[in-house]
Structure formats: structure tokens, C-alpha cells
Write a protein that binds this ligand. Structure first.
Ligand code: NAP
Length: 294
């Protein structure tokens, strides 16, 4: 079995016999989705192989057609294909309609169905890691205008939070988002990303979520003024590489409960798995599989 398959492999059919699920990206060789899904498939004795397929932008329509011919059940879609995936769906969920991007594709009854598992994945991750119910919580979302941020904001808006502060460097993006969110009873406000503005609201927060891309590189600035974090906060960072960002390191030192984005990755995978197969995967096994591979 190859580490990565290509469009040419889809054309020639040079695929494992039971290849029925995949992650599509460009690049995609780093993706841990195959390890995580395969462990869950094997445990449930489902005779399906999950593979990586590297596709250049502009080739998703052809890939979807070929995958359906080969009997694929569905796929996950990662950077940079989430917009293109949505454009090539026959039907999409309401969250994809709102967000404009799909990260989960289900081939069903000759149709390409698009969904987005980032929001539900994050919600389950918070409940799991912090053992918290979001009902009544006061939440700040950093990077709310990004792809993941929008998905998370949409989900949090439906989770019964008391208040949700949408923070983004480019404020206009969250102003548009705030207008798009339906009235759910959660008090929505919009904020920039300056340290001063963030420090000012810190005392009125229970949960701080980082959905900016800051923290992935060692030279990145910290997206929240760490001196304003206290033991009253729970801090979640969607970044999982590095395992402990500077934000999480400082939050932990200040006594806050912390968790990284690995749980979001696992839970969004589990949401896709359930959609494709109608069965719940073993989360612990998925976590083990992902943690035991470099
Ligand atoms: P994206 O669409 O490119 O959004 C990036 C976000 O970061 C935007 O809100 C952007 O603000 C903000 N940002 C970037 N550089 C900044 C800076 N120097 N100062 C302030 N804000 C800055 O990316 P994405 O796909 O949403 O991903 C965001 C993060 O979530 C990434 O770290 C990704 O790895 C992580 N993620 C994790 C999972 C998981 O399963 N754990 C899933 C999806 C994403 P502007 O709008 O102003 O540019």
C-alpha cells in the first residue's frame, strides 16, 4: 500500500481493493486521518481501507466522479480543497450552506453530499476535555472569522452559551458572521484582536478558544494577553502541533485548565465516521492511534 495516492491512481484504479474512504488534500502526506480512522474501522471489523489522496486544486470534480465509480463511501477534505469541495456537492448541510466550505463528503445514492464536522467536533472536544456543558458559559473565540473559527462560532451559537465574543484581526469578517448567526438567545458581540481589548473582557469569560493559526510556528505571537488569564478560565487551542503552544503553556502556569486541538481533530473525524457508517468509532482507540505515530 502506498503512503499517498494520486489522481492518476484513481484513473488507473491502482488502489487497495477495499479502498472506500480517503482524505483529500494538497499536500496530504502529513495527515494522520488514515491512522485514526483505520484503527476505528479495524476495531469494528469493517472491511474498508482509508487512504490519502493528493490532488492538485481544480481536480476535485474529476476525483469525486472517479471515487464514486470505485465505490468510495466518502472522504474528508482538507486544505486547500474545502471551498472546491463545497462547489462540487449536489446537496449540502445547513452548516455548509452558511460556512461555504465542506470538509466531509458522503457519496450516497449517486449524489455528492457535503457536510462540515469542525463545529460539532470542537463542541464534543470541549465537553470531553473540560467535562463542561456549554449551557450558560461565557465564551471568547479568537480567529472567529477564519474557516475553523466560523464553523466553531456557528456551533457555539447553538450550544446555549450565555455570551459569545467573536474576536478577529479583520473585524469586518466577524461583523458579517455576527449578522449571519441566527438569534439563539446567546449574546453575541464583536471584538478586534488587540491585547488591550482582549484584556478588558477577560474577567467576564469562562472559556477562551484559539482558532487563529497563531501558535503553529515558534516565532508566532501569542493571540491572547496571557497576564489576563486566571484559574477561572478554561483555555482551548485548536492548534495541536506543537502539543503545547505558548498560549497553553502560559495559561497552565496561571492555573487555567487547558487542552489542545488533538481532541477536535479526533472528534471531527468521529463525526464524519458516524455520518458515513452509522456507527460510533472508539474515541480512545483513535487517540491512541494518532498519538503513537509521529
Ligand atoms: P484560516 O481560515 O486561514 O483562518 C486563520 C485565522 O487566524 C483568521 O481568523 C486570521 O485572521 C487569524 N490570524 C492569522 N494570522 C494572524 C495574526 N498574525 N494575528 C491575528 N490573527 C491572525 O485558518 P483555519 O483553517 O480556520 O485554521 C485556523 C487554525 O485552526 C489553524 O491553526 C488550524 O490548524 C486549526 N484547526 C484545527 C483543527 C483541529 O481539528 N484541531 C481543525 C481545523 C483547523 P484574519 O481573518 O484577520 O486574517
Amino acid at each position: 500500500m502506498k503512503h499517498v495516492y494520486t489522481l492518476d491512481d484513481l484513473k488507473t484504479g491502482d488502489l487497495p481493493n477495499n479502498a472506500r474512504l480517503a482524505v483529500l488534500g494538497y499536500p496530504v502526506s502529513h495527515s494522520k486521518s488514515p491512522q485514526m480512522h483505520q484503527a476505528a474501522l479495524d476495531a469494528l471489523k469493517i472491511d474498508v481501507t482509508y487512504i490519502r489522496i493528493e490532488l492538485e486544486p481544480g481536480s476535485l470534480a474529476e476525483a469525486f466522479e472517479l471515487m464514486q465509480e470505485h465505490g468510495f463511501i466518502g472522504c474528508n477534505v482538507t486544505i486547500p480543497h474545502k471551498f472546491e469541495a463545497r462547489e462540487n456537492c449536489d446537496e449540502v448541510s445547513s452548516s455548509v450552506e452558511l460556512l461555504g466550505v465542506a470538509n466531509t463528503i458522503h457519496f450516497k445514492d449517486g449524489k455528492v453530499l457535503g457536510d462540515n464536522s469542525d463545529g460539532p467536533g470542537l463542541l464534543r472536544a470541549l465537553e470531553d476535555d473540560f467535562e463542561c456543558v456549554l449551557e450558560g458559559a461565557r465564551v471568547l473565540l479568537l480567529g472567529a472569522g477564519g474557516g475553523a473559527g466560523k464553523a466553531i462560532a456557528t456551533q457555539l451559537n447553538q450550544a446555549g452559551c450565555t455570551s459569545l465574543v467573536l474576536s478577529n484581526r479583520t473585524v469586518s469578517k466577524v461583523e458579517d458572521l455576527a449578522n449571519d448567526l441566527t438569534d439563539s438567545g446567546t449574546k453575541i458581540s464583536v471584538l478586534g484582536s488587540s491585547a488591550e481589548a482582549l484584556a478588558e473582557v477577560a474577567g467576564e469569560l469562562d472559556i477562551i478558544i484559539n482558532a487563529t493559526s497563531m501558535g503553529m510556528k515558534p516565532e508566532d505571537a501569542v493571540p491572547f494577553p496571557t497576564e489576563a488569564i486566571t484559574a477561572q478560565h478554561k483555555v482551548y487551542d485548536a492548534v495541536y502541533n506543537p502539543v503545547e503552544t505558548k498560549l497553553l503553556e502560559a495559561a497552565k502556569a496561571n492555573g487555567a485548565m487547558t487542552a489542545n486541538g488533538l481532541s477536535m481533530l479526533i472528534h471531527q473525524g468521529a463525526v464524519s465516521f458516524e455520518l458515513w457508517l452509522g456507527q460510533k468509532p472508539d474515541i480512545k482507540l483513535m487517540r491512541q492511534a494518532i498519538s503513537s505515530t509521529s
